[in-house]
Design a protein. Structure first.
Length: 285
């Protein structure tokens, strides 16, 4: 018995559809709160705090003029005095994918959403905590970890990866394998490795590290540390760390590559490489 994703074409297409288009920007965006251009900033700031908002739209005679942020409203004057054009920030369609949402928020916060050509909603990094985004991210992280296991299987015949792990970590994996066997689950030892163990093996094996586009083991350790932290937050329904979106942006950028790798496994050690997609590469951000 082995865990993993089905290789059936229908299952691969379902996976692609789920991660590419199951959710849209409209599923996360909040309707833009309208503030009259003549409204004093002190009143506007109080209103935003009461509504737990950090961004609002500014209107005059029913027409959108632009937006203001909570920090802007610390200045004296009216909302109209401080209005900024929507075009100063990334603009998305309500049909934009979550991949586009993450990439846009990785570039600038907030992001505005158009419906029928008019800005009507807003996205901020706080929206990354919403259930649709968490479900999407968990799918990406799960797919990434599955591909790590698959890479170990193909790059290390006969479990020769064992020489790259300490005896203590091997004993931990063997204990988990024994427990799963007791429960009637016959799985190879590599599927009993912890996330950090898989990352450690891959970083110690230079061909894999180079294939992943990791410049050094140190940078690779930092990337996988952040990715594991994201994985744990998602698994335990904890708040996601949004002060640094590097890992989220990398996963979003690599979506198509991850899906291609799921459908077309990397060549085994010694086999010629196929042009089936490249491994995801961490951003230099």
């Amino acid at each position: 018995m082995s865990s993993g994703f089905s290789d059936a074409p229908a299952a691969r297409e379902a996976l692609r559809r789920a991660l590419s288009s199951a959710f849209r920007a409209r599923d996360l965006a909040d309707a833009l709160l309208p503030l009259e251009a003549t409204l004093p900033t002190s009143q506007a700031r109080r209103l935003l705090l009461e509504r737990n908002r950090t961004v609002a739209g500014v209107v005059r005679a029913g027409d959108w003029l632009g937006w203001v942020g909570l920090e802007d409203l610390q200045a004296q004057g009216t909302c109209g005095d401080l209005v900024r054009p929507f075009e100063s920030q990334p603009l998305l369609s309500e049909e934009s994918s979550l991949r586009e949402v993450v990439l846009a928020l990785g570039h600038s916060d907030p992001v505005f959403v158009r419906c029928l050509g008019e800005v009507t909603a807003v996205l901020t990094s706080a929206d990354l905590q919403e259930a649709p985004m968490r479900m999407w991210l968990f799918g990406l992280v799960t797919l990434s970890e599955y591909l790590m296991t698959r890479m170990l299987e193909r790059q290390f015949p006969e479990d020769c990866w064992m020489e790259l792990l300490s005896e203590g970590r091997l004993e931990h994996a063997r204990a988990l394998q024994a427990e799963r066997l007791r429960r009637g689950q016959q799985v190879p030892l590599r599927e009993c490795l912890q996330f950090g163990d898989k990352a450690d093996i891959m970083l110690k094996h230079e061909p894999i590290r180079v294939q992943l586009g990791l410049e050094s083991r140190r940078k690779g350790q930092e990337f996988f540390r952040r990715m594991e932290a994201l994985r744990n937050c998602l698994a335990h329904t904890q708040l996601l760390p949004t002060e640094d979106l590097t890992v989220l942006v990398v996963l979003a950028q690599a979506l198509e590559d991850l899906l291609n790798l799921a459908a077309n496994p990397l060549p085994r050690a010694g086999e010629p490489a196929q042009d089936a997609g490249q491994a995801p590469q961490p951003s230099s951000r």
